[in-house]
Design a protein around this ligand. Structure first.
Ligand code: AMP
Ligand code: MG
Length: 487
């Protein structure tokens, strides 16, 4: 079924542990992403769902697979753990997709590995469907993310706080190399391993750096910029990752690990949803700072490769870290400029963005709805509905007149501007209460809410009467206050 070509398996033995998935009792295919399968050039036989389920659950290991669990380390909430690794994920292998890009095919929840520690190597249905929804939603929003190829029920129970139905998630990624993968070798002072890994990442993700004079310093910069761009995009849609540990940050620049992540309803820059983030380390506003902190950890790993003279290496790496800050600022402003409908760059744009965000914070305005309604205002609709989104509309009202003055400096037809704004301000995001609703129903065997939500999220920038219920904020009693890893 897969035309495997497994480059990671060709790396030295100590990069991973070879391990086969543990078969499950009764695999049933819950969801298969046909469009993604097509993109990957996978010849999946949909007329035989039982066989497909057996393959995707790990019961049948397809020809050409070299199943393995990757070794990695990581800082979790700031504390270093020298060995984490794939405790419940098995990389089946890699395929080269139709556009020529190498992609990992990984089974998450496929049984124990040498890295499982005390875990069971399994995943529960709820978190699996959650990752399915959130990763596909990010992709549809135009934000780089790992993808969902399938969700398979295992016919077994997993025991968390309560018994829950088990499932396997089939994840597709540009690669699963994380900052924590570098930390694994750095912690063992394995400079040769670091060099092999860095060369691997350059080959796979940044081949243009191969011939550079200082490829490893340039690699650090490329990853820093990819992450700066990514986090700017997250902030633009009100996304809170929730667990930005160094083992959950890819070298490719894809969003990975959708455990307790959530989208803002009402704007609050210090918002935290994750039950395990007690100190608010990974709050909405802290994300760029944390990304930079994580890049600093990557920099530490790369120092021995950057320069033989370690003082010089530190100077160069520090310079890249400061470049991260500038890059993020530029990207963030570009994202929000587009959200406000500005076609050109003007001096005071940053203040205007901050002005709206302050009014939203003060007025507890719904993040997604506010920006979407602003598109309609730009198109000529009255201010009324926009202002009604703020508890006290006076700040927003003053802001609207400053925004209009700014718009007058540019020549653009209101309808053109509104349409450009609609293309960057989604109507539909995976709102927490709708995600919870879909998962709760799925736990009772009803996948219809999950299916409908997925369908609504496919075209997030369009208004669909049929999906209007997904565009409205939760009622007070529907609000989700906390999210859980559920691993
Ligand atoms: P995560 O919180 O998903 O990023 O995972 C952090 C670490 O815990 C990784 O090393 C995972 O492989 C491991 N892990 C999470 N859940 C399980 C599980 N059910 N069984 C074994 N290992 C797990
Ligand atoms: Mg993880």
């Amino acid at each position: 079924m897969f035309q495997f070509d497994n480059s990671y398996a060709r790396l030295p033995d100590h990069f991973y542990a070879s391990v086969y998935p543990e078969p499950v009792e009764g695999p049933v295919l819950l969801k298969f992403n046909e469009a993604l399968a097509e993109e990957l050039g996978i010849g999946a036989d949909l007329s035989d769902p039982a066989r497909l389920a057996a393959i995707l659950a790990g019961n049948v290991v397809p020809q050409g697979a070299t199943p393995l669990a990757m070794a990695y380390a990581g800082h979790q909430f700031g504390s270093f753990v020298p060995q984490l690794g794939d405790g419940r994920a098995i990389l089946l292998g890699e395929v080269v997709d139709r556009s020529g890009t190498r992609r990992d095919i990984q089974l998450k929840g496929a049984g124990p590995t040498p890295f499982s520690r005390r875990g069971d190597g399994r995943a529960a249905l709820g978190p699996v469907l959650r990752e399915y929804i959130l990763s596909e939603a990010m992709h549809a929003l135009g934000i780089r993310a790992t993808r969902a190829l399938a969700a398979v029920a295992t016919g077994e129970q997993v025991y968390r706080e309560t018994p829950q139905p088990g499932a396997v998630f089939v994840r597709v990624a540009a690669s699963h190399v994380r900052i924590g993968t570098f930390q694994y070798f750095a912690a063992r002072q394995d400079v040769e391993g670091l060099r092999i890994l860095a060369d691997y990442v350059i080959d796979r993700h940044y081949p243009e750096l191969k011939e550079r004079e200082r490829p490893y310093l340039d690699l650090l910069r490329a990853v820093a910029f990819a992450q700066a761009d990514l986090v700017a995009r997250w902030l633009g849609v009100g996304f809170i990752h929730g667990v930005m540990n160094t083992d959950n940050m890819t070298l490719s620049g894809e969003t990975i690990d959708f455990g307790p992540c959530a989208f803002l309803d009402e704007y609050d820059q210090m918002k935290v949803f994750s039950s395990i983030d007690q100190g608010g380390r990974y709050a909405y506003r802290n994300q760029p700072g944390i990304a930079q902190w994580n890049i600093a950890r990557l920099a530490e790993c790369l120092l021995p490769l950057i320069d033989d003279d370690q003082d010089k290496a530190v100077l160069s790496a520090n310079h890249v870290l400061s470049e991260f800050g500038e890059r993020f600022q530029t990207q963030w402003l570009a994202v929000f400029r587009r959200k406000l409908g500005f076609l050109e760059e003007e001096e005071g744009d940053g203040d205007l963005v901050q002005g709206l965000l302050s009014a939203m914070q003060e007025g507890e305005a719904d993040f997604t709805r506010t920006f979407r309604q602003l598109c309609h205002v730009a198109g000529g609709e009255s201010d009324e509905l926009f202002l009604s989104l703020f508890k006290d509309p006076s700040g927003a009202s003053g802001w609207l007149s400053r925004w209009r003055t700014r718009l007058e400096q540019e020549k653009a037809l209101p309808q053109e501007r509104a349409s450009a704004m609609r293309a960057v301000n989604p109507a539909i995001i995976p709102r927490n209460h709708k995600v919870e609703e879909a998962l709760a129903a799925a736990n009772y065997g009803d996948l219809s809410f999950f299916e409908r939500l997925l369908q609504a999220l496919e075209k997030p920038y369009e208004d669909h009467v049929e999906f209007a219920d997904y565009a409205v904020p939760p009622k007070p009693e529907e609000r989700v206050l906390q999210t859980f890893c559920g691993t």
